[in-house]
Design a protein around this ligand. Structure first.
Ligand code: SF4
Ligand code: SF4
Length: 194
């Protein structure tokens, strides 16, 4: 019985909100106008600006990705598909040993399966994944929700800069890498493995 006052208070708030939604002009015009009184946004005619750190879509900075597979292994939905191969790069110094580096061949995220948990972004040790607030990428065909390496890289242009953390935070502010000029083959070289 102790819960009764709280329950009636809650019901009162619900009733008040319902009446305000149905009759936004109150007693001046007691005709139900739910479209006018509703607080929902009439998308796509009206659009809200999402918060800068909203989880809209995941962007991939391919140049930082070492194909370590950590994100794919940690993804609870198994919706990240990575393929790569090893290649030898010339030695840094004359007479040195050739270096081994990982080349990223495939990096896909299936947004038909993704649940936007953000684990992949959190676990990436090389700052290759970032959240972008972009959310308008619905498709008539579910298969088209599989974003490949190029499409995920294109999202990098929509990743906003990180805001300052609260005063006293020991966390270092992350920097968003600048998109690479893809017409320059040297700039598009994947991150090399030591
Ligand atoms: S956000 Fe979560 S579900 Fe989506 S790809 Fe990343 S780890 Fe997987
Ligand atoms: S995105 Fe990050 S965690 Fe995933 S394979 Fe690339 S470097 Fe590894």
């Amino acid at each position: 019985m102790k819960q009764m006052p709280g329950m009636f208070k809650g019901l009162g708030v619900t009733a008040k909100t319902m009446l305000r939604t149905l009759f936004p002009d109150g007693l001046r015009k007691p005709i139900p106008q739910p479209t006018k009184g509703a607080h929902t946004v009439q998308y796509p005619h009206e659009k809200e600006t999402p918060a800068p750190r909203a989880r809209g879509v995941i962007a991939l900075h391919t140049e930082n990705c070492t194909s370590c597979m950590l994100c794919a292994r940690e993804c609870p939905d198994w919706c990240i598909y990575i393929e790569g191969h090893k290649a030898l790069a010339p030695p840094r110094r004359e007479g040195g040993k050739p270096r081994q580096r990982n080349i990223l061949d495939r990096f896909d995220i299936d947004y038909a399966l993704c649940m936007y948990c953000g684990i992949c972004v959190e676990v990436c040790p090389f700052d290759a994944l970032f959240w972008s607030p972009e959310f308008e990428y619905s498709e008539p065909r579910i298969a088209d929700l599989l974003h490949d390496k190029e499409r995920l890289s294109d999202w990098m242009e929509t990743v906003p800069e990180f805001e300052d953390y609260e005063g006293g935070s020991e966390q270092k502010k992350r920097a968003v890498p600048k998109p690479v000029d893809r017409t320059n083959p040297m700039a598009a070289t994947p991150r090399e493995q030591a």
